[in-house]
Design a protein around this ligand. Structure first.
Ligand code: B3K
Ligand code: ZN
Length: 881
């Protein structure tokens, strides 16, 4: 019997709360199985609320111990309490004081929401709706209160007691083995930003003086023994703090900033006010256990959470539909930070790759939703690539539309006008409209319409008239609950490249508004004319990926390869080459396995070789150009009737073909990228390793096995995880001689470092081979694996489901069944993690009929299961809709 689907929450039903909670005083007495939470709330009725409206507080699996109003115990007939709700009638207008005592069992909390223990450390996660698992509350983001938190625990069990804000007092509890600390956060905040940590942790400290002259203590807390692995995170934090001052004029606003790394955490990190809690994956790094990608990830996530202090915390969301107000904007800010710290072009290409591989498939499948959704069943399922990554693209477009100066004016106005408030996308956009004097009504549709718009651009050059005419057609495909969609305001950056490869100038542009090189496309179909163009140009369209659309143009391979070699816009050089590579891969996929060896257009091979050997280009950029699109990317471009096995074969053949054809130059560049200096995580050194390792992947897959020993040699000699893991991946995925020994050697070396062992699980789970499913099943019994730890689940099970297209989508359906069964079991303990795992099914409708039928059967089987969590129910139902 299937479980009931609860009623959805709708944006149009928003109404402000009937009561205000001004202050929250918490007294939390920690014990592993019986924690006691005494909450004292100062409440008053909202000015416009009806006098007889009851107070309805949210709860989730709570046990009420006692309840008092203004110091008087409340009679049982004055309230109704269930684990999920506390309702009190006949309350005065106030202000009045409510004392609520609840009892919790942190050890039994396997959902990792609310208060729980990770490796003996008490910690919390309250976003989105976890505070209601600690005490009854108006657990909604528009209820802002000032919090004071007293935390008490056994001194031996938890010598460290951390809360939000600034420390006020600490001491012993006389006559007991317990101690306490009091924290006060002067900034009103919503309950989702509440946090506490208590445990026995090591601390790494530093200081930062803000531009306003505030001296801030910075602390990073980690498990004992990890103190030496926090240097990069601390460095990233200080750089983030300075950058936000310089770029957005935003200073930190408390005397302490604490970061705690825990090993059991459902996501990357959490921006709780003054007390950020992190998945240890985004804090701990040393060259032996973390890759360059990990270093970059730490820098980005530390920055992201820090930037939330202004975009999210000081200005928060009115309701959860406005999630992109804080997430899209903060992702945009962290992307800009990383671009300034590293190479802007490389960062942009990496971000667009991520957007296309994660967000585009989401937008094209049954889980598609607008950047600002209008309806949800389970808010935790809306922390998506659409809200985060597409949300960031919309903010970037806003900057492109307005120009940097007006964008900054709009941001300043937003900070000035809404500081201390819980607000909306409309209020955000109004600041930019006002600061720039522009009408943003059409632009606002980006927040409302789901689906990736397609843009078709055909060009026609008239030599007599010296005119280039671009015919631009836009269309946004239908998505669940949205069929017809009006035209969007799409900013398209365009440059004209002349026959020599140099910029070609032009006169007036008619048929569209322009600002600088940005052409504003606003109608379903537009003819844009560039006048006074002296030579036939090759148009470089959508430079820098100025809008999140799928672009199709009439540029042929000759023009694309010309752009790949000459475009002044690095993003478009990469994109042009990718477009030709995609065409080859797709043609090969449809040609079928018999066409072997694959015919690669010699002009493409030459272009790839030219990029690889051009040492005027950054190595990191060359690495990105050489990396073939992933199998899921090829599937996305094909769009329907996808055969993942054929895609895998086509991609393997192309890699082997290029490797064999270019082996001597690949080997020469590989040798040139070998490092003699000790490991450093900076962008330049990481770029050289990236190029070297993409070349190693080619060599390891060249016909004839000539380079097998080289791969093994790199594995044995590596003095850092980036090089070691790259070599291990080639050894295992290509099944080169000695791959099993290499796996054992890796496991021996890293057995005591779970984050390094995650890479060992991941390499095996992503091997594109028939045997992988059985291997993954066996690995679930490995002592280093634990289904209770989200990082382990992601490394083994998540990597198989989302990172191994040919094996998850096996023709016999066994991949689907394995993931479904694993998720159903996980759902009984950690619904959020289970729901996230099931997002691997988001593209099932695009599969060829046989696999599609298997996927449907598996989803239908899940839908029939009883006792599904709301999280999993929501994903399964939407996948099937
Ligand atoms: N705001 C958190 C994410 C919370 C997810 C809740 N299911 C981390 C971040 O985006 O910075
Ligand atoms: Zn965020």
């Amino acid at each position: 019997m299937r479980t009931e689907t609860p009623a959805p929450v709708r944006l149009e039903d928003y109404s402000p709360p009937s009561f205000r909670i001004d202050t929250v005083d918490l007294d939390i007495r920690l014990a592993p199985r019986a924690t006691r939470v005494a909450a004292r709330l100062t409440i008053r009725r909202a000015g416009d609320a009806p006098a007889d409206a009851p107070l309805i507080l949210d709860g989730d699996e709570l046990t009420l111990v006692s309840l008092a109003l203004d110091g008087q115990v409340l009679a049982a007939d004055r309230y109704r309490a269930t684990p999920s709700r506390l309702e009190i009638d006949k309350l005065p207008d106030g202000p009045f004081r409510l004392d609520i005592e609840t009892r919790l069992d942190p050890d039994a909390n396997t959902k990792l929401m609310g208060l729980y223990r990770s490796n003996g450390t008490y910690c919390t996660q309250c976003e989105a709706e976890g505070f209601r698992r600690i005490t009854y509350f108006l657990d909604r983001p528009d209820c802002l209160a000032v919090y004071t938190t007293r935390i008490e625990a056994r001194a031996s069990e938890a010598p460290l007691l951390l809360g939000n804000g600034n420390p006020v007092e600490q001491g012993e509890v006389p006559g007991t083995d317990r101690h306490y600390a009091i924290w006060h956060d002067p900034h009103p905040k919503p309950s989702y930003l509440f946090a506490l940590v208590a445990g026995d942790l090591a601390c790494v400290s530093d200081r930062f003086t803000t531009a306003e002259g505030r001296d801030v203590a910075l602390n990073i807390y980690v498990e004992h023994g990890n103190e030496n692995h926090c240097g990069w995170a601390m460095d990233s934090l200080k750089r983030s703090m300075r950058w936000d001052e310089e770029t957005f004029g935003r200073c930190y606003d408390l005397d302490v900033f604490n970061i705690v790394a825990v090993s059991d955490f459902n996501m990357g990190a959490m921006e709780n006010k003054g007390l950020n809690i992190f998945n240890d994956k985004y804090v701990l790094a040393d060259p032996d256990t973390a890759t360059d990608q990990d270093y970059a990830g730490i820098e980005a996530v530390i920055a992201h959470e820090y930037f939330h202090n202004w975009t999210g915390n000081r200005i928060t969301c009115r309701d959860w539909f406005q999630l992109c107000l804080k997430e899209g904007l903060t992702v945009f800010r962290d992307q800009e930070f990383s671009a300034d710290m590293r190479s802007r072009a490389v960062k942009r290409i990496s971000d667009v790759r991520l957007l296309k591989s994660h967000q585009f498939p989401e937008d094209a499948g049954p889980l598609a939703h607008p950047v600002r959704p209008r309806l949800y069943h389970e808010i935790n399922n809306f922390y998506t690539a659409t809200v985060y990554e597409k949300g960031a693209e919309v903010v970037r477009m806003l900057k492109t539309v307005l120009g940097a100066a007006d964008f900054r004016k709009g941001m300043d106005l937003f900070f000035e006008r809404h500081d201390g408030e819980a607000t909306t996308i409309e209020a955000f956009l109004a600041c930019f409209a006002e600061a720039s004097g522009r009408d943003l009504n059409q632009f606002a549709l980006w927040y409302e319409q789901a689906g990736t718009p397609s843009l078709r651009i055909d060009s026609d050059y008239d030599a007599n008239e010296q005119r280039l005419t671009l015919t631009v057609v836009q269309h946004t495909p239908p998505t669940p609950k949205q069929s017809d969609k009006p035209a969007l305001h799409i900013p398209v950056r365009i440059g004209l490249v002349g026959p020599t490869g140099a910029k070609l100038s032009h006169g007036a542009v008619t048929g569209a508004q322009t600002t600088g090189d940005v052409v504003h496309i606003t109608a379903p179909k537009q003819k844009v004319i560039f006048h006074d163009v002296a030579d036939r140009p090759v148009p470089s369209l959508l430079r820098g990926f100025s809008a999140p659309v799928t672009l199709k143009s009439d540029l042929g391979d000759t023009d694309l390869l010309f752009l790949a070699a000459n475009d002044a816009d690095a993003f478009n050089r990469w994109e042009a080459l990718q477009t030709v590579v995609f065409k080859t891969l797709i043609a090969q996929t449809f040609a079928g396995p018999r066409q072997q060896p694959l015919e690669i257009d010699p002009r493409l091979t030459a272009a790839i070789e030219a990029t690889m050997t051009d040492d005027t280009l950054e190595p990191a950029f060359r690495a990105l150009c050489l990396q073939l699109p992933g199998e899921a990317d090829i599937a996305r471009e094909i769009g329907s009737n996808v055969d993942p096995e054929a895609i895998h074969l086509a991609r393997s053949q192309m890699r082997a073909g290029l490797a064999t054809a270019l082996a001597p130059s690949i080997k020469r560049i590989y040798d040139g990228m070998r490092e003699t200096a000790p490991y450093a995580p900076d962008a330049a050194a990481a770029g050289r390793r990236a190029l070297k390792n993409v070349l190693l992947d080619y060599l390891g897959h060249a016909h004839g096995g000539e380079y097998d020993a080289l791969v093994r040699q790199q594995f044995d000699a590596a003095d850092n995880m980036t090089d070691r893991l790259a070599a291990l991946t080639v050894l295992v995925h290509a099944r080169l001689p000695g791959y099993e020994d290499a796996l054992s050697a890796f496991a021996d070396r890293h057995a005591r470092t779970p984050l390094a062992m995650d890479k060992w699980f991941m390499v095996q789970a992503t091997a594109p081979r028939e045997e992988t499913l059985a291997a993954v099943k066996t690995l679930t019994a490995h002592p280093g694996f634990s289904a209770a730890n989200p990082n382990r689940v992601r490394a083994l099970i998540g990597a198989f489901a989302s990172g191994n297209q040919s094996q998850f989508n096996r023709a016999d359906g066994a991949g689907f069944d394995f993931i479904a069964d694993f998720a159903l079991d996980l759902d009984t303990r950690n619904p959020q993690a289970a729901a996230r795992l099931l997002s691997a099914f988001r593209s099932w409708r695009a599969l060829e009929p046989g696999r599609r039928a298997r996927a449907r059967a598996t989803l239908e089987r899940m839908a029939q299961a009883s006792d599904l969590s709301p999280d999993v129910r929501d994903i399964v139902d939407r996948c099937l809709q």
